[in-house]
Structure formats: structure tokens, C-alpha cells
Design a binder for this molecule. Structure first.
Ligand code: SF4
Length: 219
């Protein structure tokens, strides 16, 4: 099965979804957005990663920035911060206008600590690249701006299965136009959408419970 382009979900939504289902639905179904210091610093970091010199060559590696990626079969699209094409004549792909063969390696830039959501986003990008370029991508890298360190990430079957599971759930909410109810957690403190979501209201009793309570008090 292939999804039409107008139904593609954003790859970046996976991190919102892992953070909080409701936050993802507010952004991707209800088109709500609000910034806080975390979203702004993330945005600034990505701007730096997406240098306007989109492609450069360093030694045996061709580096591409802000590469658009998509998968028709998964129904997702997005942008890779960096994709490295590392010369590997044994198991790489060919690139138009360049000699030799190259292994494809996505690199995702992040501000904070290593999180499962980041790994899923990287895996989803790799799955798109595999479909687009007919290749296998066994690993990628996470680059953490805070520590200026990059970590090699094996793109395991478990990681890929979790991506598929999340996408299935996201697709269901998206088709049903369903925004999950508030589930208060410590994530709410860091959530840029807390003034839109109003998590406190989600924990107040329903009108029926309130009336039942008041009537039982009077009796
Ligand atoms: S405030 Fe809490 S429940 Fe609401 S969207 Fe943010 S993280 Fe989710």
C-alpha cells in the first residue's frame, strides 16, 4: 500500500508523540503551536546544522544537509539534518556525477540528552532513505550539541518495529481526528503547549461527578 502525499505524517512528530500523545495531536491534528525556551533553542541549533552550503566533501565522505526524505509505504516525510555518504565500494550506492559507491549514514542533531524518541526519529529517517535509495542502513549517528559528541546508533529490528507501532497509532488518531485526553505527567512542566492543553482542567472532576457529589452532600 502507498499513501497519497496529502496524508503523509511528519517524521518530526514521532518525538512529540513519544513525549505525549496529546501534544502530538494538538500539533499535528489541531495545528496548534507554542514555543518555549526548549523549542526555540532546538530550532536555533537546527538552523546551524542546516547550513546553506547544502553539500560538501570531506575526505571520503560527501555531506548533505537538510535533505528532504519520504516514504510512500510508511506515509511519512521530513528532513534529515545531515546525511553522510561514506565511500564504500563494497556495499554502497552510486551517486550521480561521483566516482565509486557510498554507504548512506543519517545524522540527527539534538540539544538535550539521548532519548528513545530521538532514536525512533533517526530510525524513521533511515527507513525513508532505504526506500528512496534502495539500500540498507544498519546504523546512523546522534550528535548532541551540548556535549559536541556523536554516538553511533545501531538501527535494530526492535527500533524499527517501534517506529511502525507508533506510526500505526498515530495514523489511527489522525484518521479519527482524535486528540487524546490529558495525562498529567512530569513532561507537562517542560511542555510548550501547556497553556493550550490546560492539563489542570483535565484533572478536575466532570460536571456529573460534581453534581453527584453536591447532591450526596445535601442528602
Ligand atoms: S501539558 Fe502535559 S498533557 Fe498537555 S500536551 Fe503537554 S505534556 Fe501532554
Amino acid at each position: 500500500m502507498e499513501y497519497p502525499e496529502e496524508d503523509y505524517l511528519m517524521i518530526s512528530g514521532i518525538q512529540h508523540f513519544e513525549f505525549c500523545r496529546r501534544q502530538w495531536a494538538l500539533i499535528h491534528i489541531e495545528q496548534q503551536w507554542a514555543d518555549n525556551y526548549l523549542t526555540v533553542s532546538g530550532e536555533l541549533m537546527h538552523e546551524r546544522a542546516h547550513d546553506k552550503d547544502l553539500t560538501e566533501k570531506r575526505g571520503n565522505t560527501v555531506i548533505t544537509r537538510a535533505m528532504r526524505v519520504f516514504s510512500k509505504t510508511l506515509g511519512i516525510s521530513g528532513e534529515c539534518d545531515v546525511v553522510e555518504f561514506v565511500r564504500n565500494d563494497k556495499c554502497g550506492i552510486s551517486i550521480f556525477g561521483r566516482e565509486g559507491r557510498y554507504r548512506v549514514v543519517p545524522v540527527e542533531y539534538k540539544n538535550g540528552e539521548l532519548k528513545q524518541a530521538d532514536l525512533l526519529q533517526l530510525a524513521a529517517q533511515a527507513m525513508c532513505l532505504e526506500e528512496m535509495l534502495c539500500c540498507e542502513i544498519p546504523y546512523g549517528f546522534m550528535y548532541y550539541a551540548k556535549t559536541r559528541h556523536r554516538e553511533k546508533i545501531e538501527l535494530t529490528t526492535a527500533l524499527r518495529e517501534q517506529v511502525l507501532k507508533d506510526l500505526l497509532e498515530m495514523r489511527k488518531y489522525y484518521n479519527d481526528k482524535y486528540t487524546p485526553k490529558v495525562k498529567k505527567s512530569k513532561s507537562c512542566n517542560a511542555c510548550s503547549l501547556k497553556d493550550v492543553c490546560l492539563p489542570k482542567l483535565g484533572t478536575t472532576p466532570s460536571a456529573r461527578k460534581y453534581i453527584d457529589y453536591m447532591l450526596s452532600e445535601e442528602s
